[in-house]
Design a protein around this ligand. Sequence first.
Ligand code: HEC
Ligand code: HEC
Length: 297
Amino acid sequence: MSVYSVAAASAAALLALGLPVRAQDEALVKRGEYLVNGPAACSNCHATRNPDFTIPAGMEFAGGFHIVDPAFDVYTANITPDTETGIGDWTDDQIIKAIREGVDPEGKVIFPPMPVPTYNNMSDDDVKAIVAYLRTLPAVNHEVGESTWNIPLQAMPPAKGAPAPSADDPVAYGGYLVEAVAHCFECHTPMGPTGPDLARLGAGGMLITLAPGVTATTPNITPDPETGIGGWSDDEIRNAIISGVRPDGGHVSPPMPVQWFANMTQGDLDAVVAFLKTIPAVSNKVERTDFQKANFP
Ligand code: HEC
Ligand code: HEC
């Protein structure tokens, strides 16, 4: 047998076994890398953080960021492939269930604040791509603290996994990015008495605790011209998302994931903006906190 026919025969054998072909694998990892470090901004939560919120080198996915809220006191998980302190010995299905349903392999519910209700809408292809990318990260041995919750916890139902809408339809694809990947509304929607006030999606005013005594409120991103972003041009909206600078020159504070959104493609940004312009305008004037005014003028 010639070298050529051996190679061809083994490629055929791989295909027959249904094993992934290398090029497909690479495309999957690339898509996962883009989502995780772009619109999904997983490290905005899953990085280890210094007291000044900077991320120590190599600790982007090693977890341990402490998030405290009246409803919970959590440490983000180490999602590197370390088998002792990370998710190295979880199966793909176990990782997918944690991301889209919020349940760990022991059956424990692990959210909020992980935006599982958003990820529940994620396509099978995209969640598989994210897992494929997480598997390529260097394993970091880093033990994180134990999370506790003061509210009743409920898992999300099994995800449908429907394919993402075509990027040829920017409003539909932008809606998918916002509601299945980038969790914009999980931060930008006000809380009602029993959870996010879904009748005022995107109206802002959610109070987020960044550290003990350090809080931020989220702005109104509905098309309301007075209290939202209805008077902004597309360029101004895109610029705020990727550079954190508003049309009036003011700066947006954390936890807006500007440094991750900066990796988004022009097409994806355009789609997000196209979708945002279609949501109902809600009048809701949001006051910034003293921390925001003092540190991000
Ligand atoms: C708003 C913060 C936040 C974001 C954003 C977030 N997570 Fe999480 N995630 C958490 C917290 C907190 C936990 C740990 C809860 C616990 O202690 O069990 C967690 C747990 C997990 C787990 C389970 C691991 C374990 O050991 O319990 C996985 C897997 C995971 N996240 C993956 C991701 C991926 C992938 C993304 C991006 C697509 C992401 N998360 C985005 C906060 C977040
Ligand atoms: C983890 C929470 C979080 C997520 C996720 C998030 N944001 Fe934000 N966003 C904020 C905060 C906090 C600010 C700035 C608050 C300040 O400084 O007044 C902000 C500011 C903004 C602004 C500037 C508006 C203004 O009036 O200043 C826009 C536009 C915006 N976000 C859009 C988005 C979009 C679109 C997404 C999803 C692709 C998104 N955000 C995801 C928290 C978040």
